[in-house]
Design a protein around this ligand. Structure first.
Ligand SMILES: [Zn+2]
Length: 234
């Protein structure tokens, strides 16, 4: 009886060693996933928010061997990872409202809007009605668009089609502005107003930045906080 117990103990120890070796080998592909940088070219439209990454290192490490093997071929991140710090978004942006200094900005990116049902994901730059709105970057007019919330708006693409800039609540456009028009950083493209759902008592430019997906659709992208990119200016 005693020898049988010793035999069983030996089997268990051996199985643990095998399990450790197997899981050790399987961790390598799994741990790459969170770091994978993907602007997928064949994948359909990415969601507007990055999905939770399945199979984090901690989850993989504590999972049994069979689960680890099942997770190994999981797809990489669905959306391009975009962090909201200087160095990961577009650099060299012009603060897009004439006469406003970076020190006057307030970070309203994470504020609740629509009664708490959505996040602002943009910067509100307060300024007097009629203040010129400037192109933050070289690029082109991707779309002039009027919406219930944004009012009179402009979508600009940068020259590489990597980022879109969104200017909303405009009082009016610069004369002659048209879809497809090339823009230079600093060009006057419109004027501050309160069209859409902005309060008439508080005219401002609603300014947003999106990292465009591979389809380069003007209405779709991953939002980036403009505040650190604009407030880093002198
Ligand atoms: Zn806004």
């Amino acid at each position: 009886m005693k020898s049988l117990l010793l035999f069983l103990a030996g089997v268990l120890v051996g199985a643990n060693v095998v399990y450790f070796l197997v899981t050790g080998q399987c961790l390598a592909p799994g741990t790459r996933q969170p770091d994978a940088i993907a602007f997928p070219t064949t994948r359909p439209a990415p969601a507007s928010k990055p999905p939770a990454v399945a199979g984090t290192p901690a989850a993989v490490a504590s999972a049994p061997a069979s689960a680890v093997q099942a997770q190994a071929p999981a797809p990489v991140a669905l959306s391009p990872p975009v962090t909201n710090s200087v160095g990961t978004g577009p650099l060299g942006l012009l603060l897009p409202v004439a006469g406003i200094a970076a020190s006057q900005l307030t970070d309203t990116y994470a504020d609740a809007r629509g009664g708490g049902e959505r996040t602002h994901e943009a910067l509100d730059i307060m300024a007097a009605r009629g203040t010129p709105v400037l192109a933050a970057s070289d690029g082109k007019v991707a779309k002039l668009f009027t919406s219930a919330l944004g009012g009179l708006t402009i979508y600009e693409f940068d020259p590489t089609g990597t980022y879109a800039y969104y200017y909303a609540h405009l009082d009016h456009y610069a004369p002659g502005l048209a879809d497809g028009q090339p823009l230079k950083r600093g060009d006057v493209i419109g004027y501050v107003g309160s069209t859409g759902d902005a309060s008439p008592d508080a005219p401002h430019l609603h300014f947003a930045i999106f990292a465009l997906g591979p389809e380069k659709q003007w209405w779709k992208g991953t939002p980036i906080n403009p505040y650190p990119l604009l407030s880093a200016q002198r």
